[in-house]
Write a protein that binds this ligand. Structure first.
Ligand SMILES: NC(=O)c1ccc[n+]([C@@H]2O[C@H](COP(=O)([O-])OP(=O)(O)OC[C@H]3O[C@@H](n4cnc5c(N)ncnc54)[C@H](OP(=O)(O)O)[C@@H]3O)[C@@H](O)[C@H]2O)c1
Length: 257
């Protein structure tokens, strides 16, 4: 049975990904800061599916937290077959007013930890000639986002990194999938102080369950990039042919409160 390590499994898309993997009979390593939520998830999933869930409470904004997680799984002899880099957060506000510590933590979680986890778990996958990596990017990977400037700049990194790495490792039988959701119902908007943003006012927002199922299926099929939702797919396509200045202006209108 395959074991998946999921970062950010205490809430939203990550929590739903954990439920989906458990429902297939897979074991889990779940990582996030909120230990109580992870323990609750462990108890629910172990009871419901008879699988094993290993909880690691860790703040991924702390440099080298990924190494500590890796050492813990290595010391306990846990093989990671699927690595799901999902943890991430945003921050609403004009760059001139936002807090550097929050932004530097964001870069650490959204970019550095994701890259370091991949660096650490990839060699084992290469040795076994199998493995799957799912990196949660965003439709922000295609469009700059004024008033969520740093967050939106972290996601093109995730997309570019995933696409290039998939090209490097696919011949080993390993796939790297970038999942690009649009605005989704989860803890994200409140954590980003963006709950009043026009982006999250749509009553037809995708649910975390829908996005997680879509991403999990794409990872299992070994797809390189997947965009959730027809409108989001269309937007990612049309921005290629729209003047960049106009794209950024429209993006500001969509995100700004
Ligand atoms: N919701 C959206 O509209 C949307 C759209 C596109 C992409 N995404 C991406 O989807 C991913 C999941 O977000 P979500 O929407 O499910 O939001 P969420 O409900 O707020 O979940 C975020 C998860 O990341 C974890 N996390 C945040 N900071 C962390 C830290 N310092 N250390 C460890 N874990 C941390 C949180 O756990 P703890 O708080 O317990 O640490 C939580 O489990 C993110 O990468 C986000 O950028 C979201």
């Amino acid at each position: 049975m395959k074991t998946a390590l999921i970062t950010g499994a205490s809430s939203g898309i990550g929590l739903e990904l954990a439920k989906i993997h458990a429902s297939k009979g897979g074991n889990l390593v779940v990582v996030a800061r909120n230990k109580a939520k992870l323990e609750e998830l462990k108890s629910d999933l172990e009871k419901q599916y008879g699988i094993h869930v290993y909880v690691i409470a860790k703040d991924l904004a702390v440099p080298n937290a990924a190494i500590e997680v890796f050492e813990e799984t290595e010391n306990d002899g846990i093989q990671i077959d699927y690595l799901i880099n999902n943890a991430g957060f945003g921050l609403y506000g004009k760059f001139e007013h936002t807090d550097w510590l929050e932004e530097s933590n964001m870069i650490q979680v959204n970019i550095t930890a994701l890259t370091q986890f991949t660096k650490l778990y990839l060699p084992g996958m290469i040795q076994r000639k199998q493995g799957k990596i799912l990196n949660v990017a965003s439709t922000a990977a295609f469009v700059p986002g004024p008033t969520m400037t740093v967050y939106c700049a972290t996601k093109p990194y995730v997309l570019s990194f995933s696409e290039a790495l998939n090209n490097e490792v696919s011949h080993y039988g390993i796939s790297v999938t970038a999942l690009c959701p649009g605005a989704t119902k989860s803890g994200f908007s409140v954590a980003a102080k963006a709950d009043k943003s026009a982006l999250f006012q749509n009553s037809k927002l995708a649910t975390s369950e829908e996005v997680a199922q879509f991403g999990y299926d794409a990872m299992m099929k070994g797809k390189q990039v997947v965009i959730h939702g027809i409108l989001n797919k269309f937007l990612a396509f049309i921005v290629r042919f729209t003047p960049r200045v106009l794209v950024v202006k429209i993006s500001r209108k969509v995100i700004d409160k």
